[in-house]
Design a binder for this molecule. Structure first.
Ligand code: ZN
Length: 115
């Protein structure tokens, strides 16, 4: 697995709600185009992560209660048990390769095209 990150622009401020980017759209495009097409083609997932305020990191702001998170996890586990009720797998990682097409087929590809 490969995980990487990069700034949205050369100064790192593009998209930040507090700071102003010093670069033009063309300069930002040139900066982003430094990553080769073949490399970008091998990255399956691109996630934009906006800057957050310090107050969100300092631990004073209440997060989601563990009980709520646990409830979501239990609901997901329950769905998985129902999904795999006829085979010996409880989670995706336990799914044997012979079941991939049956349980993991995609109806659209990453470009939004339907199969
Ligand atoms: Zn910038």
């Amino acid at each position: 697995m490969f995980i990487g990150s990069m700034n949205p622009c050369p100064c790192g401020n593009y998209g930040d709600h507090r700071l102003e980017c010093r670069y033009s759209p063309n300069q930002i495009t040139c900066y982003r185009n430094k990553l080769s097409g073949p490399l970008m083609d091998r990255l399956d997932l691109h996630v934009e992560v906006p800057a957050i305020k310090y107050e969100q990191l300092d631990g004073k702001e209440e997060g989601e209660p563990s009980a709520e998170i646990r409830s979501r996890v239990e609901a997901a586990r329950s769905r998985q048990r129902g999904r795999y009720k006829n085979i010996a797998a409880a989670t995706n990682i336990r799914l044997r390769s012979k079941y991939f097409k049956q349980y993991c087929s995609l109806s659209i590809n990453l470009c939004g095209e339907k199969f």
